[in-house]
Design a protein around this ligand. Structure first.
Ligand code: SAH
Ligand code: SF4
Ligand code: F3S
Length: 484
């Protein structure tokens, strides 16, 4: 992330994850999978690779040799689904693919459209929702017998906690770890509660074990994933479930702040990140954990969506502008050097110019390190679609979006200029895409920094002095290695 283009409407879509071949054997069948949408989907593809890996499937980056082609899809905006439809057609008409290849749609679009996907132009053989991946072996058996297969059952319990993900497309340094699934928030614009089902937290011990294992394998950073990580709650006590668990006092449960600390204590050389925080739920204890543990990164993704209280209410975000401002102030007070990023939607139902200006003003006031900005896209089945009119014209939505993108680009440029001649500790993640003599890494604040490789290695922590900047990246030179 961090490229200018990635801040545009499409910033969370269309990223293609191709699996690296693992355990390559000539005997087994081959799976090719592309992931779209949010990090949760990328993480889920690693569960899918694991489940089918147990059935003898190896993964391939070359679609032409695949027996199974899966698209792990996103429904968040109309454009996301359009991308998948186009992709399915391209795949269907690709003359180089195997003759008897089977095509599957997984993830959120599978959940939203269910069996309908099978009817549409006969592009698809298998449809599996986000909670059905354990059933993939049976579904794949069915399609191998020439049938069509659908499983879109959502679960209140499934967290795949015992499945060891097969790390795919991995740089060997950073990994995603899902800590919860689903979402109970019901923001009126959002399709996620329908595609991902009820919120449920994963067993804390299994999360910590997965992180320990990653650390042992040489990984240096884990990102704990959930749609709303601040509402993570887990207890060994089987009597504490559902509402009882949510309402139990903090000292009787493992909440997100405690989980963060458990993971941070694995090793000072293992960085911990997390996403996404919800302004209504983030508590002081999470901020204290970031302040007190150097390896918990100073970066909070705290989507505002809008800067106007009436619109926030209509979105059912359950906080006001004042509440959001107070959360930002509190983060700055507890962790002065913390980077904060946001998601913004322009042109939500009935948004006036004046209300849009409140969002503009919010962005100027907070000066986010990063913003993902979108214009509102009505999603079938959501509360907004049922209750409100999508009455802001596309032109207005887009011009409002352009206005905030321009502002954000300028802010990024200014913030990055302020970093020149400062020294940052960077975790080296890989070789720069633009120049193979350079490394690419990120600092604690999630800012991308590029610097000449010299004799440093991927996975090193290196102090880098910033020499130049663009609106998206810092460019510098290594000063020294940091040993933990
Ligand atoms: N759980 C996260 C968001 C997940 S979806 C949170 O609550 O912040 C990622 C982002 O997509 C959202 O923050 C929102 O800004 C955007 N988004 C969701 N639904 C949308 C819609 N219908 N139209 C445009 N953008 C949308
Ligand atoms: Fe969607 Fe709101 Fe849940 Fe985020 S918190 S996933 S925006 S319903
Ligand atoms: Fe998209 Fe589903 Fe994620 S709708 S944003 S892939 S939870």
């Amino acid at each position: 992330m961090g490229e200018h283009e990635e801040m545009l409407e499409e910033s969370r879509q269309g990223e293609v994850l191709e699996l690296n071949p693992f355990n390559e054997t000539q005997t087994g069948k081959k799976l090719y999978i592309e992931s779209y949408g949010c990090q949760m989907n990328f993480s889920d593809s690693e569960i899918v690779a694991s489940v089918l890996g147990n059935e003898g499937y190896t993964t391939t980056t070359n679609m032409e040799e695949a027996d199974l082609v899966f698209l792990n899809t996103c429904s968040i905006r109309d454009k996301a689904e359009e991308t998948i439809r186009k992709r399915l057609k391209t795949i269907k008409h690709d003359p180089k693919k195997k003759k008897d290849v089977k095509i599957g749609v997984l993830g959120c679009m599978a959940e939203r459209l269910k069996g309908k996907l099978l009817e549409e132009e006969k592009l698809v053989d298998l449809v599996a929702g986000p909670d059905a991946y354990r059933k993939l072996p049976e579904l794949v058996d069915d399609i191998e017998d020439g049938q069509k297969a659908v499983n879109v059952l959502l679960s209140r319990e499934e967290t795949y906690d015992d499945i060891e993900p097969v790390r795919i497309n991995s740089n060997g340094v950073t990994a995603f770890v899902s800590i919860m699934r689903g979402c109970d928030n019901m923001c009126t614009f959002c399709v996620v509660p329908f595609t991902r089902g009820r919120e449920r937290s994963r067993n804390a011990e299994s999360i910590v074990n997965e992180c320990k294992d990653l650390h042992k394998k040489g990984y240096k950073e884990v990102t704990l994933l959930g749609q709303n990580v601040d509402s993570y709650r887990w207890s060994e006590n089987r009597n504490l479930r559902g509402r009882k668990l949510r309402e139990a006092p903090r000292d009787e449960v493992i909440d997100f702040a405690k989980l963060l600390i458990m993971v941070a204590e694995i090793s000072p050389s293992l960085r911990v990140r997390f996403s996404t925080s919800h302004p209504k739920d983030i508590i002081d204890e999470v901020m204290f954990a970031i302040r007190d543990y150097k390896n918990i990164c100073e970066y909070i993704h705290l989507p505002a969506q809008s800067g106007n209280t009436r619109i926030l209410k209509k979105m059912n975000r359950t906080y006001t502008r004042e509440w959001y401002d107070a959360k930002i102030a509190r983060i700055r007070e507890v962790i002065p050097s913390c980077a904060i990023s946001t998601d913004i939607i322009t042109g939500f139902c009935s948004e006036t110019d004046k209300e849009h200006q409140d969002t503009v003003e919010l962005m100027k006031q907070v000066r986010y390190e990063l913003a993902y900005m979108f214009f509102y896209s009505e999603r079938p089945g959501t509360l907004a679609q049922k209750k409100f009119e999508d009455d802001v014209s596309e032109d207005v939505k887009k011009s409002r979006l352009k206005e905030i993108i321009d502002i954000q680009t300028q802010i990024n440029k200014e913030l990055n200029e302020e970093e020149i001649s400062k020294i940052h500790e960077v975790l080296v993640e890989g070789v720069s895409k633009r120049d193979e003599n350079d490394f690419r890494g990120r600092n604690s604040q999630n800012k991308v920094i590029i610097f000449p490789r010299e004799n440093y290695k991927i996975g090193d922590y290196v102090k880098v002095k910033v020499e130049k900047s663009t609106s998206a990246t810092l460019i510098g030179k290594a000063v020294e290695i940091v040993n933990y």
